[in-house]
Structures are given as C-alpha cells and as structure tokens.
Design a binder for this molecule. Structure first.
Ligand SMILES: *Cc1c(COP(=O)(O)O)cnc(C)c1O
Length: 348
C-alpha cells in the first residue's frame, strides 16, 4: 500500500494481489461476438444477485447511466432527476447531447429525497407543448446518504402509476445496502436486492468501494438490456477481451461486499474525531463519505488546511466543505493519523 492516505474518493482503490490473480486467470473471448465467458459470468452473477433478467458490463458508471437513460427514453422525451444526481450534474449532459433526452432536474430535500409532490407536479400531461416524461432516475447512496427504502418505494410507485420507467444510479448501491443492513439487521445481499427490486434498471459501479479497476454493470429486463447493448456499441463501449476486467468485478462481488461495513465504521470514526475539533462541523455519515464544513475562523484557513494535509501525504477534496472517502486501501491507523494531522493544524 502506498504511504499516501488517499481519501479523495473510493475510485482510487487499486486491485489487490488476489484480484490481479483472478484477472490473470480469467478465461476470455471476444465480448463483441458475445463469447467472453468472464464477461458473461459477471453479468449473470450481478443480474441474479439483484433479481434482474439480464445485465450488461460497461466501461464506466457514466456510460451505464447514458445507456440506461437512452434505453428508457426516445429523442424529445424527458427524465426527472435530482439537481445533485450524478446522471444530471456530473456526466457532461450526455443524455441531452447524445440522446436529445431532456432532463427535468428537481431540488433535493435535506435527506437527499425529492419531494413526492414535486415529482408528481413535474410529470407533464400529454400535450404537444411538453416533452413526454418517461423516466424517474434516483440515486442511492446520494452524496454518501442512504435514501430511505420507504421513500424509494413511494417514489417509484408514483412513477409507475403515472406510466414512467424507473432507473437507479446505484454506483454505490452496495454501500446503501450495507448502511440499510445495519438498520434492519439483515445483510448487504438482502438489502441490495430489496432496493433494486423497486426499479426497472439499476447501474452499479465496480470501480469504487468494490475495489475493481474498471467498469460498471447495468441490470434490467432482456428487452432493456438489448437496447442498452446497441447503445453501448454506438458509444464506443464494445470491448473485446473484456473478461480480464470482468473477472476483477466478479472477484469484487465475491469478496468485497461484506467488508464495506469496515469502510463505514472508519468513516464514523473519522467524523467523530474531526467533529471534536473546534470550527469543524461534521454530519454523521451514513456510509463511506464524510463531509466536513469549516466555520468561523477555521474558514479562513481552509486552503492551507488542504495544503497542510497534502504535505503530510493525506489527500482530500473540497475547499470550504471538505470531502473524505474511506475505502479498502484505508486503514484504522490512517484514519487516526488524519484526525491527528487536522487537530495539529488547528493547534489542539
Ligand atoms: C462515480 C459515479 C458515477 C460515474 O461513474 P464513472 O465510472 O466515474 O463514470 C455515476 N453515478 C454515481 C452516483 C457515481 O458516484
């Protein structure tokens, strides 16, 4: 492990020796011909885990959301989405650029949900003035927040009752499921399936907390995945001996799900440690992402705090609101060192 404590994102994880061994040993074929056994195995594994008919291995979460939105919507249709949702705000407007699909972004409430009345009001009547509302896209976790399951059921029921399709950007679905399992006392597999079952399609990132180097998987019906497969080709996402990458994803699903609870525990410890430092306001984290707001005199020193951390080989993102993300390359000692380094900076 590198001596740098990299808390910028859970995307920075590097494949472990055992994951690399699984990649080395992976049987491969040509996935554009549809005969890469490791890709097929990964797709079948995740589809079965989440209770879907079919799944598609794609290059990234962005490509997955793009293929999903364009599979659900035609040109001139629209999708309802949160202002802070990745598939609205952070994907270069791809659905509009490549698919001529119009987003209808709505404000989030403080818990990350979108008010049901706002969703209902944003669904356009069948009138030539309006784009046709086809899809509700939610995200879980959203900014590290677990979106309550009863809300998800209500929102997707509302969407279905109005004839909309539903998509979950579950880049961190398994973090959401881990947080939910801590509340219900079941396990990550059970809760992932419960969350996923509310949606027509679900996208999951393998390259974040799960620790794989590359890739996401989109799950849905056979018909939806057939459309997504065509779109993936158009997006330049047909990959050949992709089994080398898919094997890392399968390894992650087999070995790295139950350990997400460690990342959440470390995030809680980091939040508690930083929250004790005057001038820092820390929301208790639901999962593996800790946001720290600097207030009062600390605010003036935010830039130098980031530089101070960097000079101690600790990386985080943000400026007035710092973001720390725990993952499988972060240890309990790393978290203590981070807390101590921040405390020293503020002279405590
Ligand atoms: C990271 C992320 C994505 C996109 O994944 P990339 O692989 O970086 O394209 C999509 N949605 C959410 C919620 C994410 O966190």
């Amino acid at each position: 492990m590198s001596p740098v404590i990299d808390l910028r994102s859970d995307t920075v994880t590097r494949p472990s020796a055992a994951m690399r061994a699984a990649m080395m040993a992976a049987p491969v074929g040509d996935d554009v011909f549809g005969d890469d056994p490791s890709v097929i195995a990964l797709q079948e594994k995740l589809a079965a885990m989440l209770g879907f008919e079919s799944a598609l291995f794609v290059a990234s979460g962005t490509q997955s959301n793009l293929c999903a939105i364009l599979s659900h919507c035609q040109r001139g249709d629209e999708y309802i989405v949160g202002q802070m949702a990745h598939c609205y705000r952070w994907e270069g407007g791809g659905a509009a650029v490549f698919g001529s699909v119009q987003p209808q972004p709505l404000e989030h409430q403080s818990d990350g949900t979108i008010a049901l009345e706002h969703i209902a009001a944003a669904i356009k009547p069948d009138d030539a003035h309006f784009a046709q509302t086809r899809l509700l896209a939610l995200e879980n976790t959203l900014g590290g927040k677990l979106i309550p399951l009863d809300y998800i059921v209500q929102a997707t029921d509302l969407a279905k009752s109005r004839g909309l399709q539903t998509h979950l950007d579950g880049a961190r679905l398994f973090n959401a499921a881990t947080a939910q399992a801590a509340q219900t006392g079941t396990d990550v597999y059970c809760e992932a399936r419960r969350i996923a079952s509310a949606f027509d399609s679900v996208s999951v990132c393998l390259s974040k907390g799960l620790g794989a180097p590359v890739g996401s998987v989109l799950c849905g019906t056979h018909a939806l995945i057939a459309r997504a497969h065509r779109l993936r080709k158009m997006a330049g996402g047909g990959m050949r001996q992709a089994g080398i990458l898919a094997a890392a994803g399968s390894y992650a699903l087999d070995h790295n799900l139950t350990r997400l609870a460690n990342d959440h525990a470390l995030a809680k410890r980091l939040a508690a440690g930083l929250g004790d430092i005057p001038g820092l306001v820390v929301e208790p984290p639901h999962s593996n992402i800790v946001f720290v707001d600097l207030t009062g005199p600390a605010l003036q020193r935010s830039k130098s705090l980031i530089d101070h951390l960097k000079s101690h080989d600790i990386l985080a993102t943000g400026l007035y609101r710092l973001r720390f993300v725990t993952h499988l390359d972060v240890s309990a000692d790393d978290i203590e060192r981070t807390i101590d380094t921040v405390r020293d900076f503020f002279g405590g």
